[in-house]
Write a protein that binds this ligand. Sequence first.
Ligand SMILES: [Cu+2]
Length: 247
Amino acid sequence: MYRRAMIARFRSASVLATLPASAGAGLQSALDPHSPVASEITAITWLLFGGATAIFVLVMALTAYSMSAPERAGRVLGHRRAIIIGGLAFPVALLSALLIHTLKVAGDIAAPPEPPALRVEVVGEQFWWRVNYLTDAGYVDVATANEIHLPAGRPVEFRLRTVDVIHSFWMPNLAGKIDMIPGHVTTLSIRPDRPGVWRGQCAEYCGAQHANMAFLVVVETPEDFDAWLAAQRLPARPPAAYLERLR
Ligand SMILES: [Cu+2]
C-alpha cells in the first residue's frame, strides 16, 4: 500500500508519469538486484542466510537429541574428538572460508571493472540530494534534486560528498550503502542492467527530517537518457499556466 502511494505521488509530480505501469515493481529492495554489484551483495546475503539456517537447524537437532537421550548424547557429543571437530575445527574453517570469499567480493565491488561512461556527483544536504552530472573535465553540466537519471547498461561512477553531516547513500536495488563523510569524497561504481525506477534512501540518521531524505533512480535506455540530458541543458521555461495568464 505504501509503495503504491509512493509511486502515485512521484508519478503525478514528475517525469515518472511517462513510464510504464510495471516500473514500480521491487521499488526498494536489496533482494531484487539490478546491477552486477547489487547481485554480488544479494548472493552473499542468501549464502549467509542459508548457511546460518543450516547451522541453526543442526544445533536444534543436536539439542533435541541431547534432551531425548541425555546419556548417549553425552557420550557422543562430549567426546574429545566431537568437541574439537564441532566446536573448533568446523567454525574456524567455515568462518575463514566466508572471510576469504567476502573479502574477494568486496575487492571486486571496490575496483570498477571498466572506465565510467558517466560521472555523477551526489551531494547530501540536510535533508535532500543535489545531483550534478559532470562533464569529462569535471565541471557541472546539469543539476537536479532528489531524482537521479542513469543510462541502462553503461558504467556510472558516483562521486559522493556532503556539505553538512554524515549521510549514507543507498540504492538497495543497485548497490550497497556508502557513507558520505564531511571533508571526503567517496566513490561508487555501478552498471544498471535494465531500465526501471527504484527508490533510494539516506541510511545514516542525519537529523529530524532524515526519514524524508529519499530519492528516485530512473534508469532509461541510453537513447532516452541522452534525450533527457539534452532537454535538461535547455534554458528553463516559464510554466504553461503562467504563459496562459499573460495572454
Ligand atoms: Cu541523511
